[in-house]
Design a protein around this ligand. Structure first.
Ligand SMILES: Nc1ncnc2c1ncn2[C@@H]1O[C@H](COP(=O)(O)OP(=O)(O)OP(=O)(O)O)[C@@H](O)[C@H]1O
Length: 634
């Protein structure tokens, strides 16, 4: 079992790293890293550029000073006179070295400030990009895979500033050395560049091999992180123990690690072989260059002073070419990860919500008009030609077998998804024409799987959007959801942190969490309340209270209830029965219970199971009970 790259497009990108490609990409990378750096800290970016430029000039001055020093020292005359002549060059050399050392410190200070800022900024851009996409984007397998790759890209973005700096520094030192070397004798420069080429090629090839190995292990690395999450975290800890799964999971982990190790080893071996061949060829090339210097000196084409300068310049240029290639290869690899990041931002941009600007009021009616919906990559509709009207003051219940399309319909009504066909109209305005944020201000949703936010109880209820009435509103919502009983038992009341594993917070039971999730929905002053299996974890008393409360809530809002508790849907004004994405029946509880059809079937299963559960005791539905809160058992 492994996660795979479905398109292979990234592998193709990795294979495309060639020397030419690298030369084309490097300026792009420097530009991109500078643009991001500029975005996060302009002063530091300007500072870095200035420092690098001055460092380059200092390097050139240093080499000129070396030449001056050697020429002065190697001319004829007495030592005192030669030292006197060499003195200005020595002073220049010392000054240039000192300034370069200082600039190096400033550059590393500014880089270490900028790097983390850039990574954080790249992560923030990802977060913003994700928050702005249509929910349907998450149904695309490529979207999730690319998001993970982008995450890695965001993390390495900070490295690009160091690599960019090293590139600029190596280029500056190459330029300085090349100018001086060409001044000594023009033939030395092309000879040196030709001699450095084999090593350059070997480095680029090794970088490509490493990137490709990484890419091939991507699916396995993802598998490892999924396995780690399940093995480490509390969520599955009880099931791992009770299911004696530890050996199976660690076995799978070991197998996956072994595959990654094999891939890494092969890449390391191949990279080392390439580097060895490159070094051998580079060594031969260097010998040719040194031989050229000796020949130039022997044939008096250059002076002894110039030969000395050439030695230093050769070292400088050689080092900078090697540096350029090594850093260039690293930067191109980082750039490929950054491509993943920027490619994902482009992709997220393609999924960005582009809806209208209409700001909906609390809806009086929500009309579902010939709606069909198909999820991405699916070969059949989740909903087909559904038409229905929900009204303020009414509770509408959706029932049906698993997978019949109930949750999908509730998400379309809430504007979380836009239908692939047909319209969902809020007081006549299609959800696609409404400003999504304004529309969701009018939605209170309890989904089937609600978040257990590691926040305080208060924040879990208000979702960070407190009411002007303060805690009074929070407490009212909690009381309505039965969460007041939960809070009473918590040490710090509303201030209790609901995250036991962190910072000594408190842990709640499944039903207690569900009461909190209901409290959230009741707290929200929204015109549409959607409850998807709102009482699945509640005890009978809490469930009874919620269903009783629904009638009050429906007075000034549209209520949509999704439930499998058929005996409880009697509380609804209208029940809509879905089967394989189509509405097959609708009516009141009494009407549907009296009709032959799917509802009767569902009811019979429920009654049978309830009867079995209560061992023959008669089951009383909320509808059969008087609608009076005064009878609530406490
Ligand atoms: N995000 C998704 N991507 C792809 N298919 C989906 C997605 N969500 C639901 N489906 C598919 O759509 C169909 C309807 O699912 P839906 O969750 O709406 O059913 P449901 O009636 O709410 O089921 P349940 O009673 O089990 O909660 C199912 O076949 C399901 O596999």
């Amino acid at each position: 079992m492994r996660y795979v790259d479905l398109t292979g497009s990234r592998e193709a990108a990795g294979r495309s790293i060639r020397m030419r490609d690298m030369a084309r990409r490097l300026p792009q990378l420097v530009r991109r890293s500078l643009a991001l750096a500029w975005r996060v800290d302009r002063a530091a970016t300007v500072g870095l550029l200035v420092c690098q430029a001055v460092a380059g000039v200092m390097q050139a001055l240093g080499l000129v000073a070396i030449s001056g020093t050697l020429t002065a020292l190697l001319t004829s005359g007495d030592v005192y006179h030669r030292l006197l002549q060499a003195w200005p060059s020595v002073a220049l050399l010392a000054g240039a070295s000192g300034v370069r050392a200082l600039l190096g410190i400033v550059v590393s200070w500014l880089s270490s400030r900028l790097g983390p800022l850039m990574s954080r900024e790249a992560e923030l851009m990802l977060l913003t990009g994700c928050a702005e996409v249509e929910l349907c984007a998450y149904d695309e397998p490529d979207f999730n895979r690319d998001r993970e790759a982008a995450d890695r890209g965001a993390q390495v973005t900070g490295d690009l500033i160091d690599e960019g700096q090293d590139l600029i520094a190596s280029s500056a030192s190459f330029l300085a050395g090349a100018v001086v070397l060409a001044g000594v004798h023009w033939v030395l420069l092309p000879l040196l560049v030709a001699a450095s080429l084999p090593q350059a090629l070997a480095q680029v090839s090794a970088a490509r091999v490493r990137y490709l190995a990484n890419l091939r292990s991507n699916g396995d690395n993802r598998m490892l992180s999924v396995l780690r999450w399940h093995i480490y975290t509390k969520e599955a800890a009880d099931q791992i123990r009770a299911g004696t799964m530890a050996a199976f999971l660690s076995g799978r982990y070991r197998q996956t690690v072994a595959r990654i190790n094999r891939e890494d080893r092969a890449a390391a071996d191949k990279g080392a072989r390439m580097s060895l061949v490159g070094a051998l060829c580079g060594g031969l090339g260097s010998a040719v260059v040194w031989a050229a210097v000796v020949w130039l000196l022997a044939t008096s084409r250059i002076s002894v002073g110039h030969a000395g300068t050439a030695v230093f310049a050769l070292q400088t240029v050689g080092q900078s070419v090697r540096g350029l290639v090594a850093v260039g290869a690293r930067a191109v690899r980082t750039g490929l990860y950054m491509d993943d990041w920027s490619g994902f931002l482009d992709k997220a941009g393609g999924f960005r919500m582009r809806r209208g600007t209409h700001r909906p009021e609390p809806p009086t009616t929500i009309e579902i008009k010939s709606v069909s919906h198909r999820y991405a990559g699916k070969d059949r509709n989740a909903l087909t030609n559904v038409s229905l009207t929900l009204r303020r003051g009414e509770v509408t219940a959706l029932v049906g077998f698993n997978g019949s399309g109930k949750s999908t319909l509730s998400k379309l009504v809430s504007g979380l998804y836009l239908p692939t066909d047909g319209l969902v109209l809020w007081d006549g305005t299609p959800t696609s024409d409404a400003d999504p944020q304004a529309l969701w201000q009018q939605v209170a949703l309890v989904p089937q799987e609600y978040a257990h936010w590691p926040l305080t109880v208060r924040e879990n209820i208000t979702l960070g959007q407190p009411s002007p009435r303060g805690d009074v509103a929070v407490r009212e919502a909690c009381e309505a959801a039965g969460a007041d009983e939960v809070i009473e038992k918590l040490g710090a009341g509303l201030d209790t942190l609901l995250a036991r594993e962190w910072l000594n917070g408190e842990e709640l039971s499944g039903g207690q969490w569900q009461r909190i999730a209901l409290g959230r929905a009741f707290f929200r002053e929204a015109g549409l309340l959607v409850l998807d299996e709102p009482t699945a974890n509640l005890d009978p008393r809490a469930e009874y209270r919620i269903f009783q409360r629904l009638r009050d809530l429906a007075r000034d809002r549209v209520v949509l209830l999704v439930t499998h508790r058929i005996t409880n849907v009697a509380v609804a004004d209208r029940i809509v029965v879905l089967d394989e994405g189509r509405v097959v029946q609708q009516g009141t509880y009494q009407e549907l219970a009296a009709q032959e059809g799917l509802f009767q079937q569902l009811l019979s299963y429920q009654v049978t199971s309830d009867t079995a559960q209560t061992d023959g005791e008669q089951h009383e539905t909320p509808a059969q009970r008087p609608r009076s809160a005064s009878r609530l058992p406490r």
